[in-house]
Design a protein around this ligand. Sequence first.
Ligand SMILES: [Zn+2]
Length: 84
Amino acid sequence: MDEILYGVLAEGVGRYLDGVDRLAAAAPEAAGAELRRLSAAWRALLGLHRPAGTRHRCSGCAGRAAICTVWRVASAYFLRRIRA
Ligand SMILES: [Zn+2]
């Protein structure tokens, strides 16, 4: 179950970050650079918190649930569109 949920979240968050990268390409130079920096930082952070191993636990949170707080925040802001 967690594997399926992770796949759905990863696909949705990836699509959102791809959209940010497209916006970056169309933005003025300084804004585009900052958008690319934010997108890259989120991709790196999410990569460190990818579920791994036979039990599919977060690889960054030492044995906690597959969908950790990092993924929960990303899904809340990027998929459910909580406003900052
Ligand atoms: Zn984690």
